[in-house]
Design a protein around this ligand. Sequence first.
Ligand code: P6P
Length: 341
Amino acid sequence: MSGFQVTTLGQFIIERQSEIPGVKGEFSRLLRDIGIAAKIISREVNKAGLAEILGETGNENVQGEDVKKLDIIANTLMIDCLSKGGECCAVASEEDEHIIPITTPQAKDAKYVVMMDPLDGSSNIDVNVSIGTIFSIFERVTPLGSTPTEADFFQPGNKCLAAGYMIYGTSTMLVYTTGNGVNGFTLDPSIGEFCLSHPNIVTPKTGKIYSVNEGNKADFPAGLNTYIDWCQQIDKDTNRPYSSRYIGSMVADVHRNLLKGGIFIYPMTTKKPKGKLRLLYECNPMAFIIEQAGGRATNGYGKRILDLVPTELHERSPILMGSEEMVLQLEGMLERETQAQ
Ligand code: P6P
């Protein structure tokens, strides 16, 4: 016996394929293609410091943000892997203003579309802070064989078939759900395989970590400042306040809170009335994962993130997500102070 007891991502995808109603080999092959892209992006991210590809291209993306070379590399790699695999007919990416139809002959009849943030948190690349890729898979709603349209992407998150993220940190992990729980895989570079390291991730019902950019405090809705003040009171059980943890990289912040318990908040502010994070390829996929792990994800004003119906490709939404009791507590404060106004 070789002692090789781990389950690889490829084995896991095949083993669990039968759990997802109505999907067959195409879906599994699409997940495999994303796993391949993850390995290549991980290689590029981990050599960034050496390959002089740090720094900016001098270009701006559709969001008006400086685009780092790695953003472009990750975006291109994901699209190339999805194109080669032939199971995806179109992609919506944070890096591209419009949807990207995949024009290979096989893709024409593909059933699925992918929404992605190819490299989230990229402002952290040059300071060696963990960054990530966020993806989700939906079934197209336009007729098979026709040219994909934005209608294929304006689906609420509750129609999502799979959502996941890669986090390029001290190790590279891929965490995803297909609606049957959340599982985490750690890349073993020595064999080039993602190995099941965090089976059936369940997030704690409460926690002691709150994650929000308090630099925007003057701009927060009233109830949020009440909540932050409450978090900072001496806790009767442990005699210490909650911990504030915010690294400015959504994947890293949400991943930590997913495992340890906590709340991640990107609220509406007077300057950003719909918040900053994008609904299609940041809020929805992360909300699907959080809910599948037993947590809660809303826009702070009574709407479940996954029930929001998108009308623009790059629209934004305020988001509170993480441990259910913490999210409910903050929602209560927001509601009370909104009504009091
Ligand atoms: P702020 C990174 O640019 C990002 O999109 C997310 O990864 C992160 O959570 C957020 O923006 C940070 O935004 O305004 O706090 O710097």
